[in-house]
Design a protein around this ligand. Structure first.
Ligand SMILES: Cc1ncc(COP(=O)(O)O)c(C=O)c1O
Length: 305
């Protein structure tokens, strides 16, 4: 088969204002950072970029967790990373479902032969802690998982009570922060979150392609004491961390220019300040709601949850 390369034009999508939940508009500084020369994944300069990215990520997640890295892949890769590293066949896993992404978590638990305890809430509503307590009474779950901001409806579930329920039951508390990280308070250490993943393309205004994750020491201990090997070679945190940790041992080739982009996005977050950034998102949310209501529309999700 022959093709004429001149049939294909230069990429030029034109300008858009991205109004969906993600990807969101990418500031020029981030696009500029992506055009820096691609260097080797063990180049000392790149190793220093990795260290800085981890420091900036810990600031964003508000955590001291050593295991805080960007997984190569989009938010769903982060989701799989968290479950695949911690769930073994037969483990009881509670998943709170109030939309598409809780449903996706349940699918992953089933594929790993975990014993799924699914707590369903009406779509468009926050997860009710009492329903979760009822569902796990007398059980021995290893993980309690929830989506902080369920993108499919916009429902926000507060984390504090669910974190307590998880810990009282001896479970790890796992949070999806794909749509919340960078846009609203996600304080990993204060909220007692043991495992968390996110994505770059929403409130971080970075292109899609990386999934920031953080594992507490307790979660790392569970990972290190698994009975069976992690079923995914690519997402096995024991091996991935030998590259991100002191050993600097090759596992897979890091997506160099995406990590430049994330570092720049996180630098912008630090420059703006977390509180100012959350306030800006809140203000824009209020402006959107006011505009929609002025058009005679009403919000599906009640305010404040
Ligand atoms: C809450 C939530 N979790 C997970 C994902 C999956 O992320 P991705 O599409 O980047 O793989 C999304 C994507 O929209 C999301 O909104």
């Amino acid at each position: 088969m022959t093709i004429d390369p001149y049939d294909f034009r230069d990429i030029n999508p034109g300008n858009r204002v991205l109004m969906g939940p993600g990807p969101s508009d990418v500031p020029p500084r981030i696009l500029q950072a992506m055009t820096a020369p691609c260097i080797g994944h063990l180049d000392p300069y790149f190793l220093s970029v990795m260290d800085e990215t981890q420091r900036l990520l810990r600031h964003l997640f508000q955590t001291q967790n050593e295991l805080t890295i960007p997984v190569s892949g989009t938010g769903s890769a982060g989701m799989e990373t968290c479950f695949v590293n911690l769930v073994e066949p037969g483990d009881e896993v509670v998943v709170c479902v109030n939309g598409v992404f809780g449903t996706r978590m349940s699918d992953i638990v089933n594929r790993l032969n975990g014993k799924l305890i699914r707590v369903d809430t009406k779509w468009g509503r926050a997860v009710e802690p009492d329903n979760v307590s009822d569902a796990i009474r007398g059980r021995n779950p290893k993980i309690l998982a929830v989506v902080h901001a369920e993108t499919s409806t916009g429902a926000h579930t507060p984390l504090e009570e669910l974190s307590k329920i998880a810990h009282d039951a001896g479970a790890l508390f796992l949070v999806d922060s794909v749509t919340s990280l960078g846009g609203m308070e996600v304080n990993v250490d204060n909220a007692g979150i043991d495992v968390i993943y996110s994505g770059t393309q929403k409130c971080l205004s970075c292109p899609p392609g990386l999934s920031p994750v953080s594992f507490s020491d307790k979660a790392v201990e569970v990972l290190q004491n698994r009975k069976n090997p992690v079923v995914s070679w690519y997402l096995d945190m024991n091996m991935v961390c030998s590259y991100w940790g002191e050993e600097r041992k090759y596992h897979h080739t890091a997506p160099i220019n995406m990590i430049y982009a994330l570092r720049e996005a996180l630098r912008l977050v630090a420059e703006e300040g977390l509180d100012a950034r959350f306030a800006r998102h809140r203000l824009n949310h209020r402006a959107l709601v006011a505009g929609l209501e002025a058009m005679g529309l009403s919000m599906l999700v009640p305010e404040g949850r």
